[in-house]
Every structure is written in C-alpha cells, then in structure tokens.
Design a protein around this ligand. Structure first.
Ligand SMILES: C[S@@+](CC[C@H](N)C(=O)[O-])C[C@H]1O[C@@H](n2cnc3c(N)ncnc32)[C@H](O)[C@@H]1O
Length: 235
C-alpha cells in the first residue's frame, strides 16, 4: 500500500491548495450539493434517512457545511491517513446523526460485506488506484450500493486518449504556477502528483463503470480538463 507523505505528514500543504481553491473545490462542493439535493428531492416520500459513506474523506474542510445540513441516518469517513480523521471530526462538529471514523484502505473497505449503502462519496482519492484497481472498486461499489443509491465520484481525469505522461506534464506545469505555495510546498505537491497520481482516462472509466452495471453521468467539469464530478446510479 502506497504511503502518501502529503496526506500523512504534509497536510498543511494540501490545506493551502484547497483554501486557495487551486483544484476548484468550491465549485465542486456546489455541484456535489446540487447532485445530492436532486437525489434527495427525487426520493418517494416517506423515505428513510440515507446513510453516507465517504471514502478518502480527508479533513472535511470543504464538505462539512454540506454534511451538517443533510438529513443523514449516519456518516462514515474512511481514510488511509489516520491523522486526518480527528481533523475531519472537528470540522464536522456536532451533528444529529451518528458518525464513524475509520482508518483504512478504501478498496479493501468497499470489498467487505456490509449493509447496502445509500450514498457513496469519494473525492480525489480513487485516482491513486491503478486502472485494474479502479475497475475492482467500481464493481465492488456496485455490489454494495442500495438499489436507489448513488455514487458521487469527484476526481481528476485524463482527457480521452491522453497518455499519463502527457497529463502529468501539464498538471505539473499548472502546479508550478501555484505561487501561494512556498518552494518547499511546490516540491511536495509536484513529487506527490508525479509519484502517485494515476487519473483515469475519462472515457475508459465511464466504460468500465457501465460494464460494472452503473449509469454514468458527468455533472461538473472544472476549467483545467482534469477535475470533474460524475454521478453514478445502478443501471
Ligand atoms: C487529495 S485528498 C482528498 C481529501 C478530500 N476527499 C477532499 O476532497 O479534499 C486524498 C485523500 O484520500 C486519502 N486516500 C488516498 N488513497 C486512499 C486509499 N487507498 N484508501 C483510503 N484513503 C485514501 C488520502 O489519505 C487523503 O486524505
């Protein structure tokens, strides 16, 4: 299992990236809220409160305001980096539903047996898996999702047919323009992305999802041909 120093020991660097909106987390949070609100509004009343599982939850700095207002039955945050879980718990604060905080690998977690999941959310974590593992993730998530559930997959993606090396080159070029990071932080993010990021080809992952029994819909695209949000529902 890869060990991500950026998330285990250099979280402040990622925090600076998010707080300066360098990966467009603000627009993504708005698109995520809109997708969830649409899904909640479309449920036939009376529907039981949904359980939400967040794989690679991080510190919840962006998602906490949305989570606080959702009528959830429970929230489960899973992350490989144990250090972020107390930050996430603090960011969320006091909520009306029970929360669980689990240190663990998202791919192992989703392959476990368990009750059907109403809402599965994962933001900027699945691109750390290789393509075979991404397909395994989509298959396992399909088995675990409730019949009327949804998977919100926010991540970075390659353009159709774009080679990984070409993607990494343009993303590293973009990061060299992130002047709010000090030189040491710039090295950290560039090293992390170069070493660990394996974004899916956006058409290939949609095809893998369809093969796994999902309906795939893009609902938001960032302005850099990388960050995007897809909503997946059982086909
Ligand atoms: C880029 S951060 C995203 C955090 C948060 N979801 C967000 O959007 O700001 C990626 C997070 O995924 C976690 N992560 C990466 N690979 C993982 C894995 N295989 N299993 C669980 N968590 C993982 C990292 O520890 C980190 O907290």
């Amino acid at each position: 299992m890869a060990s991500f120093a950026l998330f285990e020991r250099q979280w402040t660097t990622y925090r600076t990236v998010v707080s300066h909106d360098l990966m467009e987390h603000r627009a993504l949070a708005g698109a995520t809220a809109a997708a969830l609100d649409r899904w909640l509004a479309a449920r036939p009343a009376p529907a039981p409160s949904p359980a939400l599982v967040d794989l690679g939850c991080g510190d919840l700095a962006q998602l906490a305001p949305l989570l606080r207002r959702l009528p959830l039955a429970s929230y489960t945050g899973v992350d490989l980096a144990a250090a972020v879980l107390p930050l996430a718990e603090k960011a969320l604060g006091s909520v009306a539903y029970p929360c669980r905080w689990q240190e663990g690998d998202l791919l192992s977690w989703i392959q476990e047996q368990g009750p059907p999941i109403d809402i599965l959310h994962s933001a900027f974590a699945v691109h750390h898996l290789n393509d075979d593992a991404k397909a395994t993730f989509l298959q396992a998530a399909r088995r675990r999702i409730a019949g009327d559930g949804l998977l919100l997959l926010a991540d970075v993606f390659r353009e159709p047919g774009e080679a990984l090396a070409a993607y990494l080159e343009r993303y590293c070029q973009r990061m060299r323009g992130w002047q709010v990071l000090n030189p040491e932080q710039q090295v950290q993010v560039i090293e992390h992305v170069s070493q660990y990021d394996q974004p899916a080809d956006r058409e290939a992952i949609a095809a893998a999802a369809r093969a796994a029994g999902w309906h795939w819909q893009w609902v938001w695209q960032g302005s850099h041909s990388a960050e995007a949000l897809a909503v997946l529902t059982p086909a």
